[in-house]
Design a protein around this ligand. Structure first.
Ligand code: C2E
Ligand code: MG
Ligand code: MG
Length: 580
């Protein structure tokens, strides 16, 4: 054990010596001193005939023995010089050895000191030895260099790989240099692989790498950049030498822009886009691991948003907290066990006639507590489970409502919440068709609620999808109206049926005349666009009065009905039908 430790320490010393040129002058001086001492003693021997021995620990040591020891020591140091200091060591050693020849020859020829003749051969042998060592060392170094290159290079693209990236990060952090770490993912790359094959996919990755390497090598972005491929279709960009956040954005946009240039592979044109998430050292994180995961969190958010924003800076709220992880686990569990369920909240017209219900997702905790959607819906959106969650509610609520309709013959409306991610799925319409078929519900009894943020983020695709939904005869509601930033131009283009005024406006409505006028204006606007208007979150009789007065069409709120289990909803429907 101890031996092993010693071996390691020794190896460390050797490594340190061979990496650093710090000890070179020391070695050089030591060798010089040894040779000077050797030369002086030799001189004493040849000039003085038989000089007195040196006393060492009370013992007489003849001078001849000392010159032998000193010159051997010198030769060992010469060899070490070559071993440790590579080229510079080799040439110094060679110089020292060659320099000795004139002195030795002078001693032999001028002073007839034949005892130096073996020294000449010794020198020649040492020269041979250092040449061999030098050549072998060089070969070993070349091999090591090649191995290192392979270990830090991505085979496919020739770019540096994740190891190289980590090495650079360590170095930059050690030097306390400011930099930004950008994690990049090529959008829809799976699609390229599956439609065109892996070979074409690889060519796309190589071409992207080539374009980005050109920028980094030529420095055309205006910053000092390092590009690496870290995994599949994921790259990393390390940016240095910028002055502000704008500088980072400028550089990233420069890299994004070259993706837009036509990319033709095997006769096919590819339109490549990428998502970029980044974190900064030292302001966001101080270790490579956290920088990687923070940049990754920003990238995940870009992908989840599916919006026109392709570049995002990390912010702490993007991190999955312990609570988020716990909720994510519960959602996954509920989906796996198919235990997700729904409550139904009634919607009424102003004369208190039942119009229909909104289905609201519910998840039960292990201890039987019902979790609030306000808590789990944002998590489901963040971790990309919202479309699955939506679909589960769609399926279950439609089946229940279809059966209820078959039993009672009601013509009430079932309203279902669709997330952006869900609506943007290519098979969304197929899912709706299947839903109508399996539940037996007529299209006009189904309503899809979308939030106005869809209009901002993905207006064109959303518009197409909404047109298709309505063409099927399904109703469309704009949920939480007033909380987003949609402009009138968006709204005027939207072929919806119902505008749902967010609860926050209803809450404030009776506080001031201005607030009341605001709600009145929304209602008028909705009517101008041809929509019915429903107010959400109505709790107080005064609110109800005001809404009647300003022309609201429908009500959804605790005042007339909270979200309720299926059985209660069924009772409500039966009671309603009996009064007709
Ligand atoms: P939302 O679609 O605007 O649903 C209305 C929310 O307002 C419901 O909250 C409902 O319980 C609440 N509410 C209705 N009337 C009142 C009232 O008078 N007072 C108060 N204080 N609250 C009232 P819930 O069930 O907690 O749902 C919250 C949000 O979660 C929903 O808002 C919706 O955006 C989302 N959500 C619920 N289920 C789903 C789902 O299946 N899919 C998706 N994508 N989102 C869902
Ligand atoms: Mg809703
Ligand atoms: Mg709402």
């Amino acid at each position: 054990m101890k031996k092993n430790k010693e071996k390691k320490t020794f190896q460390k010393t050797l490594d340190a010596l061979s990496k650093s040129k710090k000890y070179y002058p020391l070695f050089f001086v030591l060798i010089l001193l040894l040779y000077i001492a050797d030369f002086v003693v030799c001189r004493m021997l040849s000039v003085g005939g038989n000089p007195p021995p040196i006393m060492l620990a009370g013992q007489p040591i003849p001078l001849g023995a000392i010159t032998g020891a000193v010159s051997n020591l010198g030769n060992i140091c010469i060899i070490l010089l070559v071993v440790f200091f590579g080229e510079i060591g080799f040439y110094t050693a060679l110089g020292i050895l060659l320099l000795q020849f004139p002195l030795v020859f002078q001693s032999i020829i001028v002073h007839h000191n034949l005892s130096n003749i073996p020294g000449v051969f010794g020198n020649i042998l040492t020269i041979l030895a250092i040449i061999i060592i030098y050549i072998r060392n060089n070969k070993a170094n070349e091999y090591q260099e090649r191995m290192r290159d392979q270990a830090v290079t991505d085979r496919l693209t020739g770019l540096p790989n994740r190891f190289a990236c980590s090495e650079l990060l360590d170095k930059l952090i050690k030097d306390s240099k400011k930099f930004a770490l950008v994690h990049i993912d090529i959008n829809s790359f799976k699609g390229i692989n599956s439609t065109m094959g892996y070979e074409s996919g690889n060519k796309v990755l190589i071409e992207i790498a080539k374009r980005w390497k050109n920028i980094a090598d030529a420095g055309t972005s205006g910053t000092l950049d390092f590009v690496a491929r870290v995994n599949g279709d994921e790259y990393v960009l390390i940016i240095r030498g910028y002055h502000s956040k704008t500088g980072i954005m400028k550089t990233i946009k420069h890299y994004e822009a070259v993706l837009g240039d036509r990319l033709t592979i095997d006769g096919c044109d590819f339109f490549i886009t990428a998502s970029f998430g980044y974190a900064e050292y030292p302001s966001d994180a101080k270790t490579p691991d956290s920088l990687f995961s923070y940049a990754d969190a920003a990238l995940t958010e870009v992908k989840a948003r599916k919006s026109s924003v392709h570049i995002l800076h990390f912010t702490p709220d993007l991190l999955k907290t312990e609570r988020t992880l716990e909720i994510e686990g519960k959602i996954r569990d509920a989906l796996k066990k198919d235990s997700l369920f729904f409550h139904l909240q009634p919607q009424y017209d102003m004369s208190h006639k039942l119009r229909g219900f909104e289905a609201l997702a519910r998840i039960k905790d292990a201890d039987g507590q019902i979790m609030s959607p306000a808590e789990f819906i944002p998590v489901a959106e963040k971790v990309g489970l919202i479309d699955k969650l939506d679909s589960a509610v769609f399926r279950k609520a439609a089946v229940f409502f279809g059966e209820l309709r078959a039993r009672t013959g009601n013509s009430l409306i079932l309203s279902l919440n669709a997330s952006v991610r869900h609506l943007m799925k290519n098979d969304f319409l197929e899912e709706l068709k299947e839903l109508l078929k399996s539940s037996g519900l007529p299209a006009e009894q189904l309503e899809i609620e979308i939030t106005e943020s869809i209009m901002i983020d993905s207006a064109e695709k959303a518009l197409q999808c909404i047109n298709d939904i309505r063409a099927m005869g399904i109703k469309l509601a704009i949920d939480d109206f007033g909380t987003g930033y949609s402009s009138l131009s968006y709204l005027s283009n939207f072929p919806a049926d119902l505008l749902k005024i967010d609860k926050s406006f209803i809450d404030k409505m009776n506080d001031s005349d201005k607030a009341k006028k605001y709600v009145e204006a929304i209602i008028s606007l909705g009517h101008i666009m041809g929509f019915s208007v429903i107010s959400e979150g109505v709790e107080e009789p005064e609110q109800l009065e005001t809404l009647k007065e300003i022309g609201c069409d429908l009500i959804q709120g605790y005042i007339w009905g909270r979200p309720m289990p299926q059985e209660d909803a069924e009772q409500l429907v039966l009671a309603e039908l009996s009064t007709e």
